[in-house]
Design a protein around this ligand. Structure first.
Ligand code: RB5
Length: 148
């Protein structure tokens, strides 16, 4: 599976480390930028990864200063379930229960080692299906104004 990654300037250094880590772990990586620490606007990069994940059914990782802006932006794209996490339990559970397909990490919040541990935990966890499928269907319905 090809994992899409992107960052703004606030997450650029972390995104670089994540790309290396993913390559070394055997993943194919599609890097949508940014490619320097020059100031950019995070919604543009969230969109690149969000549309790729939505269209290809793959996974994505977004980094910014806090992870929050990226998660807000990515979740506006149909088919994206983005989760910003800073603890391993949440990283695991957001795959198991929410089937999150985009992980958002904050470079200014996390140390590198914790960020990579969160990434590995998230990638290794599996969606449990079952009762959570009903909830996912209701999440998807929200994209078209359903379940009001
Ligand atoms: C950029 O300064 C910063 O606002 C951004 O990286 C992110 O933290 C937004 O949520």
């Amino acid at each position: 599976m090809e994992i899409a990654i992107a960052a703004d300037h606030g997450g650029f250094q972390l995104k670089e480390k994540i790309r290396t880590h993913l390559y070394e772990s055997g993943y194919a990586v599609k890097d949508f930028g940014c490619y320097s620490a020059e100031t950019v606007d995070f919604p543009e990069y969230a969109a690149k990864v969000g549309y790729f994940v939505s269209e290809h059914g793959s996974l994505g990782v977004l980094c910014c200063g806090t992870g929050i802006g990226m998660s807000i932006a990515a979740n506006k794209i149909d088919g994206v379930r983005a989760a910003v996490v800073s603890d391993t339990f949440s990283a695991m559970m957001t795959r198991r229960h929410n089937d999150s397909n985009v992980l958002c990490l904050g470079e200014r919040v996390l140390g590198d080692s914790l960020a990579l541990l969160l990434l590995d935990t998230w990638l290794e966890a599996e969606f449990e299906g079952g009762r959570h499928l009903t909830r996912l269907a209701k999440l998807t319905a929200l994209e078209t104004g359903g379940t009001k």
